[in-house]
Design a protein. Structure first.
Length: 277
């Protein structure tokens, strides 16, 4: 079962997540540099606060609580201490560019919680072999949004079609680490439909994915007919169905999905070139 990451600072919603199997609750404290990196893009920038960590942790009985902190900075030691004091079960480091930063972060945590390396820069990708053995590292998660920007690509799933995500998966698995990547929309939504994203997770042996912010839409008209729990159940049914594919079917899906991604990326590149002309 793929672990589903749900980003929330709402204790009531976190309690609902806690009632489901295989959901990790995710409080997001990352701020530094994010608005500048993603300016002009329809991407999520969190407004979570430090005290949300304790508020969410207080309602969880089964689910693990992961906290994404800021990239390494002069205040990182204090931030790590504060997050751990409020009950975080795992700590995620974003936007590192090499092994020195990740090892420094590991030294700050000092074994008090498992580490999740969020690989989302060209530098982190280039130095993968240097930091994959960092003490305390529990999981490698590929952040496709920032990574595709860092690599100069146009569509966030292009690293998947180019084999980059598979290379990271094999490195993580070779070191006995958990691995996951990207976000997933509802099964039949998204430029790359959630069903195809899920198929690639299963092909690569992924163990984790972020539920996109469009997955849970409580304010949408008619949302009562499609509650969060029902959407998760539909995803789990699709996961079971896709798990039963033959090796030939898996390869056929890989080729088809790569072609879809390449087509979307090419169209986005053309539009960008036309806009710049």
């Amino acid at each position: 079962m793929i672990e589903l990451f749900q980003i929330t600072n709402d204790p009531d919603f976190a309690r609902r997540c806690d009632a489901l199997d295989g959901v990790r609750v995710f409080v997001d404290l990352e701020r530094l540099g994010k608005a500048e990196r993603q300016a002009g893009r329809n991407t999520f920038i969190s407004v979570h606060q430090m005290d949300d960590v304790a508020r969410v942790k207080a309602v969880l009985k089964r689910a693990r609580l992961m906290v994404r902190v800021n990239p390494m900075n002069p205040d990182s030691a204090a931030e790590v201490q504060a997050v751990l004091a409020r009950g975080a079960d795992l700590l995620m480091l974003p936007m590192f560019t090499g092994g020195e930063e990740l090892r420094a972060f590991s030294a700050l945590v000092a074994g008090r919680a498992p580490l999740v390396a969020l690989l989302e820069t060209a530098g982190a990708l280039a130095t993968l072999d240097d930091w994959i053995g960092t003490p305390g590292l529990h999981e490698v998660f590929v952040g496709l949004n920032d990574l595709h920007l860092s690599l100069g690509l146009h569509f966030m799933f292009e690293p998947l079609a180019l084999g980059i995500v598979e290379r990271v998966a094999r490195a993580a698995q070779g070191h006995g680490l958990r691995f996951g990547f990207g976000g997933i929309a509802r099964l039949d939504e998204g430029l790359l439909p959630g069903r195809d994203v899920l198929a690639e997770h299963l092909r690569l042996g992924s163990q984790a994915v972020i539920l996109s912010r469009t997955f849970h839409r409580p304010d949408e008209p008619g949302s009562a007919a499609h509650p969060f729990e029902a959407e998760v159940a539909a995803l789990r049914r699709a996961e079971a169905e896709l798990s039963r594919r033959t090796a030939t079917q898996v390869e056929q899906d890989r080729v088809r999905i790569a072609a879809v991604i390449e087509g979307i990326g090419a169209a986005m590149a053309r539009r960008a070139a036309e806009a710049a002309a």
